[in-house]
Design a protein around this ligand. Sequence first.
Ligand code: UD1
Ligand code: UDP
Length: 359
Amino acid sequence: MIGVVLGTRPEIIKMSPVIRECERRGIDYFILHTGQHYTYEMDRLFFEELELPDPTYSLDVGSGTHAEQTAKIMTGVEDILLKEAPDIVLVQGDTNTVMATALTASKLHVRIGHIEAGLRSLNRRMPEEINRVLTDHVSDHLFAPTENARENLLREGISEWKICVTGNTIVDAVYQNLGIAKKKSNILGELDLKPREYFLVTVHRPENVDNRTRLKEILKGLERVQKEFSLPVVFPVHPRTEKRIKELGIGVNGLHLTKPFGFLEFLQLESQAKLVLTDSGGVQEETCVLGVPCATMRYDTERPETLDVGSNILVGADSQKILETVRSTESWKSDWKNPYGDGIAGKMIVMVCAATRSQ
Ligand code: UD1
Ligand code: UDP
């Protein structure tokens, strides 16, 4: 029995290939949704679009401070792990859902598989960095997406035999859904956009949006890009960002703000964009896989592979740097090699779990 635990938008997307593989192989598994994300566009929409089975358990923990959210997830997950006694629990990424589940499972002596293990920004002020490090150190199976992630784990003294380099399940998710997105989504038509003649933006990291000066500087940079290029800047707004823009009373001019898109619409928009500006982890990877240039509005990244292959560049939260980088990407060639694998990560992960169970 495999326990698949998820709670946020990126976890639903990146766990979808694992869930599909469990279904395909007829493996006994359950889905536990912590409810860290709960708004329709951040949660339910993805189950519908990706045709995923409903969660077996839903905790509805909702939003709160880090301690509140972590505590609620831990008590909820504990009850279910005691009831189900799975052979292994799978978590993906670096959210509070991941860390709280891993801590709980480790104390119950339930085996843990961490998908996307070994990523490091080396910035301990990011909540995700704390979550990654703690989760990796209590996990039994570390599914590292790249050789670089594997080396990070070895450097921290994690045993070699626990680590398996699988690629990132986002490649599976992109390959499995890009064709469907092209057939099912007419989002470019709906928004009156032409391929390669618009920019796509996402911003949600607390260090960017919870800080008035930094958020204003990022929005200024995006507005300058829109003015200089006279092209639409499509900006699906994450709920955290929407809340902050309202609370801080910041005016936004010239940008095309929308609700968050479903994965199929977002994939379609990403694959046809001139350039994507983001602070998202998953979007840095997806643009790299899709061959679309990416400017990351951060000062560090746990996805250095994207910088190494030349698909991504760090522009911080500086409006001038944002504008200059967008100018420079006019001459980029999108001929880099995707460093995140062949799209079989989900299969490899389920295979390892099944083999462990039969031992
Ligand atoms: C969380 C993860 C982050 C991940 C992101 C993916 C942690 C510490 N953070 O950040 O790593 O990149 O998800 O999107 O786990 N809200 C809603 N509806 C929702 C969810 C959130 O309105 O469905 C609003 C609430 O006001 C909430 C705020 O967004 O307080 C932040 O949500 P939270 O889950 O705490 O963190 P994220 O910023 O979403
Ligand atoms: N995404 C989406 N709709 C949007 C914005 C993003 O479906 O409007 C998807 C995107 O394709 C990627 C994932 O959300 O797979 C990234 O999630 P997010 O940026 O919230 O989290 P992070 O990856 O930074 O943890």
